[in-house]
Design a protein around this ligand. Structure first.
Ligand code: ARG
Length: 575
């Protein structure tokens, strides 16, 4: 749509200069003023002329009428994007021409294929994304769904825009929880069981630790001592720790595989152990640290924030210290243009604090650090508590969705050859799609039945639509080149929606909102289904009409497929 807006704006800027001498209205000014009318019956684009009234010294009604007259003549002269234009109450309403849609937009989609819709202006930028980042030995629960899918979707969006991306899983692989886990393992654990049950057993040990520590407070001291030993390089503890981390990563990877996610780095918090002293030294030299009850802090009261904790009383480092060291390491290693952190909104203050500390330390690239927060998730109304073990694990949520989809499919498509694969794609996709259906800051209450419905605004619905395009194309076989023609409003509608892909993708990047893509997918899918139900495709007798419709289906297949890839949805040609 940007191209159409640009072409129209160039024309309008010229007419304005001719009709209103002294007009300094540039095409870019006009592009930024064009709106989508609330009711598509009014037009496809509208220019509210009251915004121009002052600079052009005419009434909005006069301006709209003059510009409309100019556009109407242009529409007759040369095939351009303008189909018709009219002035209504100071608005210039513009309709895009069918000839342009079928003659320019459709061929462009077919020709650009997977590149159609790519955001512009980001090519070659280096983007680091820190996401998912579960805490080893604590459950990988549905609270992590947000960071995992928002983070990965952003990565896919930036890659689509031509950026070079580095996805980092900043594992929570260091901290007092390892003291607890080591203690619990020594007391109640057994190697075979951990090998066999993996994370589940680690989590069970962790949960048991908390239950027993309620009764016996000395366990906490013991855990602290084990962690200190670990920090000082105790060989046995280090081995146990490495083993716990490896077991965890192995399992996380199963979940990531279901989502089609791969990380470029699993450098977790422990990786920065030897990189922190340098930063602590800088803080000291710059006189930024002060002692507070034995602990070292950076006072942020001048910025209306509580202090940022750098070192505990015993000299051990903290979460912000590790983040500071990690940011510097990443800047040096990747020389990023942006480093994005996706975490729950509960960590907003943490990020504001240490971003400020970076600025105070004199890192002039501190403004390239971006925190992308998101709201809470509950399931059927209930919230989560890690310590009591009252959590829903991400893998269990996926497994449940997959099982349910399998049951639905057994009824719906009993002969499906690749049912397991399809059920996994649809089940996992349903959870992801449901999660990404609204703005990231919105709190979500997950209701499985809603997510899995095949006829709501859901993952299964859009995946089914995609499969439908595949089956039309398979039946259609090769189609020749003929001049195409639009004969039904559903066809024009579909193209008008698809040509907003780039705009949506750019907005998604700028606002860090993958759900713009989810909405776009729904718009395309519903428009395609209207077209599919109202228009004959393969059995249409007229060759031009049939070819146009098949090519249109091909365009939908390209655009939907591309958009799926941006939000961790797998494409299935049969479900
Ligand atoms: N491990 C943390 C958690 O689960 C998230 C880490 C986010 N990344 C960061 N660089 N702080 O809450």
């Amino acid at each position: 749509m940007q191209k159409i807006k640009q072409l129209i704006s160039e024309k309008l800027s010229r007419y304005a200069a001719e009709a209103f001498p002294g007009s300094t209205l540039t095409p870019a000014d006009i592009v930024s003023m064009l709106e989508y009318p609330p009711d598509s019956g009014m037009g496809d684009l509208a220019l509210p002329c009251f915004k121009l009234s002052r600079s052009l010294r005419r009434s909005p009604v006069q301006i709209a009428e003059t510009l409309a007259a100019g556009l109407c003549t242009a529409a007759q002269e040369r095939p351009g994007p303008v189909g018709s234009a009219n002035a209504v109450n100071g608005y210039l309403n513009i309709r895009i021409s069918d000839a342009y849609l079928v003659g320019s937009v459709l061929p462009e989609i077919l020709q650009k294929g997977d590149k159609y819709g790519a955001p512009v202006g980001w090519e070659g930028k280096k983007i680091v994304l820190d996401y998912s980042s579960p805490n080893v030995a604590k459950p990988f629960h549905i609270g992590h769904l947000g960071t995992t899918v928002i983070g990965h979707s952003l990565k896919m969006l930036f890659e689509f825009a031509g950026c070079e991306c580095v996805g980092i899983n900043h594992l929570g692989d260091w901290g007092t929880q390892f003291g607890k886990l080591i203690t619990a393992f020594r007391l109640w654990g057994n190697r075979e069981e951990v090998e066999e049950k993996g994370i589940d057993e680690l989590v069970a040990l962790y949960v048991r630790f908390h239950a027993e520590a309620e009764k016996d407070a000395s366990l906490e001291d013991r855990a602290r001592a084990e962690f200190t030993k670990l920090e000082h390089g105790d060989k046995e503890n280090l081995e146990l720790w490495r083993w716990f981390v490896d077991i965890s990563i192995k399992e996380y990877k199963k979940t990531y595989k279901q989502l089609g996610i791969e990380f470029d780095s699993y450098n977790g918090e422990s990786f920065y152990t030897d990189k922190m002293p340098e930063q602590v030294e800088i803080l000291r030299q710059k006189n930024l640290m002060k002692l507070d009850d034995g602990a070292s802090i950076v006072d942020l009261s001048a910025y209306d924030m509580p202090p940022c904790l750098i070192l505990k009383r015993d000299g051990s480092t903290l979460y912000p210290t590790r983040d500071i060291a990690a940011a510097v390491y990443r800047k040096r290693t990747y020389n990023f243009d942006k480093c994005i952190y996706v975490t729950s909104a509960g960590q907003c203050l943490h990020f504001q604090q240490w971003f400020k500390v970076m600025e105070l330390m004199g890192y002039d690239w501190a403004d390239e650090l971006v925190h992308v927060p998101y709201g809470t998730v509950s399931i059927n109304g209930s919230k989560l508590a890690t310590r009591t073990g009252n959590v829903i694990l991400l893998k269990d949520l996926f497994a449940q969705a997959i099982e349910k989809v399998k049951a639905i499919m057994a009824e719906k498509s009993p002969d499906l050859a690749n049912r397991d694969e399809a059920a996994e794609a649809v089940g996992v996709g349903a959870v992801v799609f449901y999660y990404l259906s609204g703005s990231r800051m919105r709190d979500i209450n997950f209701i499985m039945e809603d997510a899995l419905s095949f006829d709501g605004n859901t993952g299964p619905y859009v995946q089914y639509t995609y499969a439908r395009t595949c089956s039309v194309l398979e039946k259609a076989g090769e189609v020749g080149d003929v001049d195409m023609n639009i004969t039904a409003p559903e066809e024009a509608e579909l193209l008008k929606i698809m040509c907003r892909f780039r705009e949506r993708a750019e907005a998604a990047i700028n606002d860090y909102e993958p759900f713009y893509i989810t909405r776009f997918i729904l718009d395309v899918a519903s428009a395609f289904n209207r077209f599919y139900h109202n228009c004959r495709i393969i059995d249409e007798a007229d060759e031009v009409v049939r070819t146009t419709r098949i090519k249109l289906t091909q365009a939908v297949n390209i655009v939907l497929g591309r958009a799926f890839g941006l939000i961790c949805l797998k494409k299935m040609s049969k479900i």
